[in-house]
Design a protein around this ligand. Sequence first.
Ligand code: FAD
Ligand code: NAD
Length: 436
Amino acid sequence: MEKFDTIVIGAGPAGLAAAHKLKSSGQKVAIIENNLWGGTCPNRGCDPKRVLIGAVETRDRLAQLQGKGFDEVPYVNWKELEAFKETFTKPVSQGSRNGIVKSDITAVDGQPKFVSKDEIVVNGQTHYQADKFIIATGQRPSYLNIPGKEHLLSSTDFLSLKKMPADITIIGAGYIAFELATIANATGAKVHIVHHNDRSLKEFNENYALELVKQLENKGVDFNFNIDTKTIEQDSEGKYVIKADNFELTTDLIIGATGRIANADFLDLEKAGVEYTRHGVKVNAKLQSTNNNIYAIGDVVDTKQPKLTPVGGFEANYVADILTGKTDEDLELPLIPTVVYGSPKLAKVGAQDGAKVVDQDVTSWFTYSHTNEPKAKVRIVLNDKSEIIGATLLSNEADSLINLLTMAIKEHMTHSDVVKEIMAYPTAASDLEYLF
Ligand SMILES: Cc1cc2nc3c(=O)[nH]c(=O)nc-3n(C[C@H](O)[C@H](O)[C@H](O)COP(=O)(O)OP(=O)(O)OC[C@H]3O[C@@H](n4cnc5c(N)ncnc54)[C@H](O)[C@@H]3O)c2cc1C
Ligand SMILES: NC(=O)c1ccc[n+]([C@@H]2O[C@H](COP(=O)([O-])OP(=O)(O)OC[C@H]3O[C@@H](n4cnc5c(N)ncnc54)[C@H](O)[C@@H]3O)[C@@H](O)[C@H]2O)c1
């Protein structure tokens, strides 16, 4: 039986980063994947989504300048865009696996299961042992447990639809629901969102989330709040009927976007003494599971941290440093900026409340008015020393500006620090000194 210093389970952004770093520190490493190498982000998450949103941004830019240089605003041609997206996703799995093999890391395809605290079997056949294991198996869509749930498709299905239906419904109002609704709407599809309460994007400032709802409503998206879906049926024409108390909606296709569940349940973790829930593997402050030799990183970890690609990458580097003796400190995550992609985009970082909050509608400012953006808002949070400690942004520039604000928070910048800097003009960054 082959024995390794470390075996990584799951070849997404987190697992791959850990495997490469451990190998470059001199370890004998294996990594096991049971599906597409590269994981969620480049195959069925961030990257394909970003390609699609890119086309939406282009369309909206034209729409904003209709009658101001442009006459026609075409809908996004889904078939062509989907084919373009495939040029990014198709090479990912083979490319990621090749990278592993090239680095002299053992690549194993198959389904691993623990047989003891330090041994796994893959596909019930080949046994491997290791001193340490890293679980990096991510999450999968979690479906509503209701009659008719078999009619629900996931974000993965959406990103690979061969044809965009005329009428599409998304259940849920989190990141995935907003991003997919934005994309489908730009293809000319009628989009409905059905949500069980009246609070969308609950991690974000409520007024900013409501403003984003308004922007999508203005584009024709139909929001149905406080609708707790009870059943889904298929009618005689093949359409789907969503039913709830005093509510019925007939649609061509339904995407379930009601959260994700940890891939911790197919590994026989019980045999290794590793505790987990549907939220993921339980870990201590060093990302160590209830078995001291088994760590967990990325989306599969049961913590309150946002489940995002850069977080998984950060944790991968941290655990690799722990395993190679470069640190024994507890994990300390830096500030985590996050963005709901769309047009406009909604972004946030850091504290949402503090000693002072400066909340401004900046739609009329040159940065936003020269492209005729429909709405731009900035909310800056300061502490009692007047340092920036948090921000929420709504605009087409929110994704780049939020990273700049993340650096400003890290550097404890105040207004007088900001005015000492020169930023390229005219950009969203050159407005910084006027934002608080
Ligand atoms: C639609 C969508 C859009 C997203 N957009 C963004 C975004 O814009 N920005 C952002 O930062 N994040 C985004 N995310 C989240 C991001 O994709 C994840 O945070 C990131 O992929 C997590 O990396 P990971 O390596 O922990 O898990 P994954 O990327 O999920 O990788 C886990 C890997 O483990 C494999 N695996 C699972 N079970 C087993 C098993 N039993 N044995 C072996 N292998 C197994 C899986 O096949 C997968 O390859 C998005 C997610 C989705 C679904
Ligand atoms: N841009 C990004 O960074 C990005 C994009 C997509 C996904 N992600 C990651 O993937 C994760 C999963 O995304 P998600 O949108 O599935 O999860 P989410 O947690 O953001 O949203 C799930 C939504 O479903 C709702 N919901 C739960 N039960 C429901 C029910 N019975 N009926 C109707 N709605 C219900 C929740 O209230 C919530 O609004 C995110 O939390 C994030 O970590 C990130």
